[in-house]
Write a protein that binds this ligand. Structure first.
Ligand code: ADP
Ligand code: MG
Length: 729
């Protein structure tokens, strides 16, 4: 009987490239067509209501009740015209994904008829039964009330005939139960102080907002092969699998021609997300086979985060049509590159300036250097917290595991910016700050017009790299709700800028003119933050040694990284800026630990099940065949020839026996370790026990299983192999 694996393989051979139908030749015809965007609002709202919403978006003003009712009725009319039958508050609970509970627009009347119904109060607030969302002990189930409340700054959209309204999610007692609330608060904290600092340079700045352009990596795998791998289905990653003879050694996938099936998927994805107003712009092959990346144009951070959450959902949804499964896990396959999310982050002003863009004039550069020095100090002082913001069980397999950026946070600036900072350090008093900007030009290649080169070189190994006009935070995991690192980054920069303002004021009080005061503080910061700067290869062993000497943290896994979240320093920081309370931080800490434990627990169960019920019977079946064969040989050969010829055969039988017994022992040990860990009540200790006693069993068991994969008859092997999973037919 053919195994599930061969049935799956046969299915993949029959796959056709799905037809992609563009709604129009011009993306502008349908971009944002499923969002309640500005032009729709213009059409459906009175001028006053429209202005109220815009002021809420731009200035953070709250919208009055009358306008809210108008917006609700406009949304309803618009949504129904687009075929929507239901509406839902769409939020980001602490599970890390998104949540929704749909209600129909229908309102039955007493005469047996019905009306569509949706009013301001339904738009503004809902109370989903939230008792099953993780709350880290903020709510016990008997006080399970949680409220969602409309976020007018992120456009509502229609998906699957349902009007989705982005909302925050808070408890009855007012604590945030989501990631959006602290993000919005961090944006406000940063705005108020960064605007002040910008006014040192330009009086017209009234608003500063963070911008985010994320790059999302993912793997595609055929859905039939996926279904034949219970580990992928249940954990999102493979727990076994010998390396394919060829995978990424030749670097022939990176930026390669995109496979037809994958391309059709991407085109469909783009169409669907463009309708939802996500400005997806870039698509390309990544390093590992079947690994890809997409990236939008950057947006204001709150909208960008919502769009990333929505994109992850759409990836999975659109993949179905193309008979793919999307793997968002940070490390679905051992031995080849994992997936991350690169967060390109900067600060923009209402005057249209990107604060991380080096300017053309000395004045602009002075502002640029001021902002830069503050960011350097912020990362310097809070590197451990930033590391904690991206900690997860999946991401542990990237950070600190010889791949992607290391768990040590450092900042890369590039040669030109470094030169500028060095120059400032040497300046006794404020002088012209040269741009070093003007991208340099290469002109001497025949027939090619002149080429403009960027003002930074690249360093792919740095976790926090300056890339010309923004920072790229590369340590974020591919599955993460990217609000987490973003609210941490916003808050630490806000804190730093507050200190900066204080120090500048002090210098001014001591009699220095404003510019000289700023210059002095900036110069001090450049010196004081040096430890966080590193321009070399962040993967190298030398750097890890050097980083240790510099006193930088190197928290290689989640249980080590998380405590930075609830340190006195961290609690003080978040409370001061009204981003999160102690209770909210403790809740998140507990939820993260619990998630870590549960993920490893699930993986251990899957791994044990596959080893015992799939791999061992297969190995024994093959071994029996060899034993039969050896017996047969003994019958037909004379004893001398038999001894000579059967040696390899008998060795293989022995080898299989050894692996089989090691796997059995490994599984027993793993189960024992789990039992012991499970009785520990304290989450932090339990997480450490899982890390130190359960997790190490995985590699041991896997080692034997992967060896068996090489020994056992290919026809019997039950699980699709790496060479089959990794290459799209
Ligand atoms: P890379 O070469 O690293 O792929 P790109 O220039 O293509 O970088 O940009 C990657 C991402 O950075 C995109 O999403 C882009 O919109 C975003 N980005 C560019 N400028 C900014 C900015 N000022 N703030 C935030 N993100 C930005
Ligand atoms: Mg990039």
């Amino acid at each position: 009987m053919a195994t599930f694996r061969f049935i799956a393989l046969e299915k993949t051979l029959g796959r056709k490239v799905e037809q992609v139908k563009y709604p129009s030749n011009k993306v502008s015809d349908y971009f944002g067509s499923m969002t309640f965007n500005q032009s729709v609002m213009h059409e459906y709202l009175t001028e006053a209501a429209f202005r109220a919403v815009m002021e809420a978006v731009e200035m953070g003003e709250s919208i009055d009740r009358k306008a809210v009712d108008q917006v609700a009725s406009a949304m309803k009319a618009w949504a129904i015209s687009k075929g929507a039958t239901h509406y839902t508050h769409w939020f980001h609970p602490l599970t890390g994904s998104t949540a929704e509970k749909h209600d129909a627009f229908i309102n039955p009347l007493s005469n047996g008829l019905a009306l569509e119904h949706f009013q301001g109060n339904e738009l503004v607030q809902q109370e989903p039964d939230a008792s099953s969302f993780p709350s880290g002990g903020i709510r016990s189930t008997f006080e399970a009330r949680g409220y969602t409340a409309w976020d007018p700054t992120s456009p509502a959209f229609i998906l699957d005939n349902t009007l989705c309204i982005p909302t925050i999610f808070i408890s009855y007692t007012g604590e945030s139960l989501d990631y959006k609330t602290p993000l919005l608060k961090s944006v406000a904290a940063l705005d108020s102080i960064a605007s002040k600092i910008c006014r040192y340079f330009d009086k017209n700045v009234t608003k500063v907002y963070p911008t985010l352009g994320w790059e999302q990596e993912y793997f595609l795998v055929d859905e039939a092969l996926y279904a034949a791998r219970p580990d992928l289905v249940l954990t999102g990653k493979t727990v076994f699998g010998h390396a394919s003879a060829k995978d990424q050694q030749l670097s022939d996938h990176y930026f390669g021609t995109i496979n037809d099936r994958a391309l059709a998927f991407m085109q469909d994805l783009e169409i669907e997300v463009h309708k939802l107003g996500i400005p997806l712009k870039t698509r390309h092959n990544e390093v590992a086979p079947s690994q890809f990346e997409c990236a939008p144009m950057f947006e204001e951070v709150n909208v960008a985060v919502d769009h990333n959450q929505l994109l992850m959902h759409m990836l999975e949804k659109v993949a179905r049509k193309h008979h793919f499964k999307v793997l968002l896990h940070e490390k679905p396959y051992a031995g080849i590159n994992g997936s991350g999310k690169h967060n390109n982050w900067s600060l923009a002003t209402n005057t249209g300036v990107n604060l991380l863009s080096p300017g053309r004039t000395s004045k602009d550069n002075f502002r640029f250097v001021t902002v830069l020095a503050n960011i350097l100090m912020a990362i310097h002082d809070y590197e451990e917290l930033l590391r904690a913001s991206v900690a997860s069980e999946g991401n542990d397999l990237r950070l600190g595991a010889n791949e992607a950026p290391p768990a040590v946070i450092s900042v890369f600036l590039g040669k030109q910016i470094t030169e500028i900072l060095d120059e400032i350090e040497r300046m006794p008093v404020l002088k012209e700050i040269n741009g070093h900007n003007g991208r340099h030009v290469i002109k001497n290649i025949p027939k090619i017009p002149e080429i403009l080169l960027d003002n930074t070189d690249r360093n792919r190994t740095s976790p926090f790299a300056f890339t010309g006009n923004k920072f790229e935070f590369r340590a974020v995991g591919s599955t993460a709700n990217t609000a987490k690192p973003m609210f941490v980054l916003n808050t630490i920069v806000a804190e730093q800028m507050n200190k900066f303002e204080q120090e500048v004021s002090n210098e001014i009080e001591n009699g220095l003119p404003k510019d000289a005061a700023i210059f002095n503080v900036v110069k001090r910061y450049i010196k004081a933050s040096k430890n966080i700067r590193f321009e070399g290869n962040s993967y190298s062993a030398e750097w890890l040694k050097e980083a240790e000497k510099r006193g930088l943290s190197n928290n290689r896994n989640t249980p080590d990284a998380l405590p930075a979240f609830i340190s006195k320093k961290s609690i003080g920081l978040f409370e001061k800026h009204n981003v999160m309370t102690r209770t909210e931080l403790l809740a998140r800490y507990e939820i993260k630990l619990e998630k870590y434990i549960k993920k490893i627990q699930i993986e251990a169960r899957v791994l044990g099940d596959l080893a015992v019920n799939h791999i061992l019977p297969t190995a024994i079946q093959y071994q029996n065949r060899l034993i039969e064969n050896a017996k047969g040989l003994q019958e037909v050969l004379d004893s001398k020839t038999y001894v000579q010829l059967s040696r390899n055969q008998l060795n293989t039988i022995k080898e299989i026996s050894e692996h089989v017994s090691s796997i059995k022992e490994g599984v027993v040990e793993m189960v024992e370790a789990r039992k012991k860990a499970n009785v520990i009540a304290d989450y932090a200790q339990k997480a450490v026990a899982y890390r130190d006693t359960v997790l190490p069993c995985f590699d041991v068991i896997r080692g034997h299983v992967d060896k068996l994969e090489l020994l056992v008859d290919d026809n019997l092997w039950p699980l699709p192999k790496y060479r089959e999973l990794l290459f799209i037919k």
